[in-house]
Design a protein around this ligand. Structure first.
Ligand SMILES: Cc1cc2nc3c(=O)[nH]c(=O)nc-3n(C[C@H](O)[C@H](O)[C@H](O)COP(=O)(O)OP(=O)(O)OC[C@H]3O[C@@H](n4cnc5c(N)ncnc54)[C@H](O)[C@@H]3O)c2cc1C
Length: 432
């Protein structure tokens, strides 16, 4: 059998978006997609593993206006795909806002509103009455003396990224291209043989490869001699659930000294009777939730460097980071955890009682944050490593929102390597 033009490892939203873009918008002739589980999107792209937010950057106060502009452009590609395909159940339109509590946060939202106006003309600054009208539970039982405001974005889709992955794959398979999908097959190694790559033990040969395997992508890179200055800091995120109290997504102002999104409240796409609060953020020495074998992968990603552990521990020297880490550790303690978390969730819904909250009956995902081994610095956001005819996508949040932009970038590079064309006109027509 002739070798594939492209082999993709991993059928989460990143790998399946790439299969869709390659087959629709390039003249790449053949794609192999290999996934270790028996179905697509069983890891971070699964709807229970993430917050289901299509991030535009309008309610994420930790994004600079420049980053917000970039993320908005990327996310709008997903929104366009949803409009075009009209596939039922993948995206549900819901209201969204970021809440400011107290004088400092209210002032910050006012400044942010001014700064973001050119990027998001539809963003509205709400006072307390406006917040009460949009999200009554946010104002009920709140101390009237504490200033309150919100930035409300136009309603937008919350997304089941698992269903989106399935839709991308279905679309790729509906084209006339050769698309072979191997589910339930774990790629153990990528070897170079002559001018080709060979995925083992499947024996799949390809001219180019993309590791779209989440945290595992970095391990593939290391084995081939790339990205060795980076390790993975795996940050697990879990959710608490409570009876539905919010109409839409309510984000909170981010503490700038902390590298992760503050707790928010979100409707759950598959259960309209609940509101999710979270995610928490806890460092776990695993590359994949529930896969104890991935502890070994975590150690490999650090390349057994004791200095790295010291550098990572150095992050805890900052009292805000230390407090955050301790609070998040506490959230996992039975009974006490729910009480401690309720204090955090009450910033959003003051009337919440600890008894209303229970840990979600499913595990959340793991954000594979890259850490620079030389400096101990966390690299936020998704990252791409490029080797010789091989790409590695490492995808912490907002990796799912930017999946089509990531696919576009990868497809352009792959088409260049393969001497194939990227159909700019059709891509522009469909996705911009
Ligand atoms: C708590 C939390 C909340 C989040 N919230 C959001 C959000 O609201 N919005 C947003 O945009 N992003 C969010 N994210 C990030 C988002 O979930 C990820 O960026 C996205 O799902 C990554 O998709 P992926 O396809 O790259 O990785 P994954 O979905 O993890 O897919 C990787 C695939 O590779 C497969 N694989 C791995 N190793 C192998 C191998 N050796 N052989 C074969 N297959 C392999 C895996 O089985 C898996 O199917 C969140 C993440 C977390 C943890």
């Amino acid at each position: 059998m002739p070798p594939y033009d492209v082999a993709i490892i991993g059928a989460g939203v990143t790998g399946t978006a790439l299969a869709h873009v390659l087959t629709r918008y390039t003249d790449v002739a053949s794609v192999a997609l290999v996934e270790r589980y028996a179905a697509v999107a069983q890891v971070n792209s699964k709807s229970t593993a993430n917050s289901q937010t299509l991030h535009f950057g309008d309610i994420e106060t930790n994004y600079t206006p420049e980053k917000a502009r970039r993320v908005a452009q990327a996310a709008s590609r997903v929104a366009r795909y949803l409009e075009r395909t009209r596939a039922a159940g993948i995206g549900q339109v819901c209201p969204k806002m970021v809440l400011g509590v107290g004088a400092d946060e209210v002032a910050l939202l006012k400044r942010r509103h001014e700064a973001l106006k050119p990027v998001f003309p539809g963003l509205v600054l709400l006072d307390r009455d406006g917040v009460a009208a949009a999200e009554p539970a946010v104002v009920e039982e709140r101390d009237p003396a504490v200033p309150l405001a919100a930035l409300k974005a136009p309603d937008g889709p919350a997304v089941d990224f698992g269903l989106l992955s399935g839709s991308f794959l279905e679309d790729a398979r509906a084209t006339a291209k050769r698309v072979d999908v191997s589910l339930g097959r774990r790629v153990g190694a990528v070897e170079r043989r002559g001018g080709l790559f060979r995925l083992e033990p499947q024996g799949i040969e390809a001219r180019t490869v993309v590791a779209a395997a989440g945290a595992m992508s970095l391990l593939f890179a290391h084995r081939l001699g790339y990205g060795r200055d980076f390790a993975i800091l795996p940050v697990a995120g879990d959710f608490y659930v409570a009876p539905r109290s919010l109409k839409g997504k309510v984000y909170t102002v981010q503490d700038d000294s902390l590298p992760f999104a503050a707790v928010h409240g979100d409707p759950d796409l598959s259960d309209p009777k609940i509101t999710r609060f979270g995610p928490t953020a806890r460092v776990l020495p695993l590359l994949e939730r529930g896969d104890l074998g991935s502890f070994w992968g975590f150690l490999q990603s650090t390349r057994f460097d004791p200095l790295l552990a010291l550098r990572a521990a150095g992050l805890l020297a900052d009292p805000a980071v230390r407090g955050f880490a301790l609070r998040n550790a506490l959230y996992t303690v039975p009974v006490l955890g729910a009480r401690a978390f309720a204090a955090e969730a009450r910033k959003i819904v003051p009337g919440l009682a600890a008894g209303d909250l229970r840990p979600a009956p499913w595990p959340g995902g793991i954000r594979p944050q890259l850490i620079d081994r030389r400096t101990g610095r966390l690299e936020l956001g998704e990252a791409k490593l490029e080797g010789d005819r091989i790409l590695f996508d490492v995808t912490p949040s907002p990796g799912a929102s930017v999946c089509l932009k990531s696919a576009e970038d990868d497809a352009r590079v792959l088409a260049g390597w393969l001497g194939k064309a990227f159909d700019e006109k059709s891509f522009e027509r469909d996705c911009s």
